[in-house]
Design a binder for this molecule. Structure first.
Ligand SMILES: CC(C)(COP(=O)(O)OP(=O)(O)OC[C@H]1O[C@@H](n2cnc3c(N)ncnc32)[C@H](O)[C@@H]1OP(=O)(O)O)[C@@H](O)C(=O)NCCC(=O)NCCS
Length: 247
């Protein structure tokens, strides 16, 4: 069993990441948490030190413990890295969302350059929001910073998130989507404290179904006429995985 300070630090880290404490806000004074039964002064102090070591808070002499501005997310998988988008990613993003081979399977039609710019601007803006409810990251190979795909979890409902992903067609079949989705879902359960992650997939999308099956998602059923894309209504299969099923 994890020591008490560790449990407290993990719980506070989740609360900070999901925005319960905004950047610049003070964590409760140590004696308040002691009075609330969170443990001894040493326990709470050790938890605050652990949050400082993670870079989530800083202690300001005489002014308590203050939540730091959010650090950009960077998740390292076996084959890919997930990182925040930048405005320099437009051409790479356009090669994905402007390609009919990719968007045929997505809930939107192919987009042009102006729409790719708008998508990145919107993503960057939403990444700054407090609390953050969208985790839309660029996927790169481990040894190259060019974006070859994206993976996204949007928070919705109670401790729940919706997963989506796409990989540039020329990079299909190399395990990148599976690795990217694994890294992002792990982040969602371990760092964001989610309980349930779902994804809706077109019934004919064998590659995407293979990705979630490999990751242990279960199929819950059919969402009828779920999306209107490429000029027609389309069903989706709803897949989910729960925190205690994720290893
Ligand atoms: C779905 C998608 C993200 C998969 O990306 P990827 O990097 O090629 O995925 P991976 O290499 O990690 O895994 C693909 C799996 O699908 C399997 N696969 C690929 N094409 C397939 C097909 N036509 N029929 C059956 N299985 C197929 C692969 O064999 C692999 O499974 P395996 O690892 O068990 O062999 C990619 O095809 C894509 O971007 N598609 C368009 C957008 C999309 O569909 N997004 C998901 C919306 S729900």
């Amino acid at each position: 069993m994890a020591p008490k300070w560790q449990e407290l630090a993990d719980r506070l880290a989740v609360q900070i990441r999901r925005g319960d404490f905004a950047p610049g806000q003070h964590l409760p004074h140590i004696r308040e948490l002691v009075a609330a039964g969170e443990g001894s002064k040493a326990t709470v102090h050790a938890a605050y030190k652990a949050l400082e070591a993670k870079g989530l808070v800083r202690s300001s002499r005489g002014h308590g413990t203050i939540v730091r501005p959010h650090k950009p997310i960077r998740l390292v998988g076996k084959r890919v890295v997930l990182r925040e988008f930048t405005r320099e990613d437009v051409d790479d993003v356009l090669a994905i969302i402007g390609d009919d081979k990719v968007t045929a399977w997505l809930s939107f039609d192919s987009r042009d350059r102006a729409q790719a710019v708008a998508m990145i601007e919107g993503t960057i803006e939403r990444a700054q929001q407090e609390p953050r409810t969208e985790f839309h990251l660029g996927v790169t190979k481990r040894d190259d910073d060019h974006v070859i795909g994206f993976a996204r979890i949007g928070l919705s409902g109670v401790q729940a998130g919706k997963l989506g992903y796409a990989i540039a067609a020329k990079e299909w079949g190399r395990g990148y989507a599976t690795d990217a989705a694994r890294a992002l879902v792990t982040y969602a359960f371990k760092e964001l404290g989610l309980h349930r992650v779902t994804t809706a997939i077109g019934p004919d999308n064998a590659a995407s179904i293979a990705v979630v099956q490999q990751l242990g998602f279960a199929c819950e059923g059919v969402l009828r006429d779920h999306v209107f894309t490429n000029g027609a209504w389309r069903d989706s299969l709803l897949y989910s995985v729960l925190a205690d099923e994720w290893s």
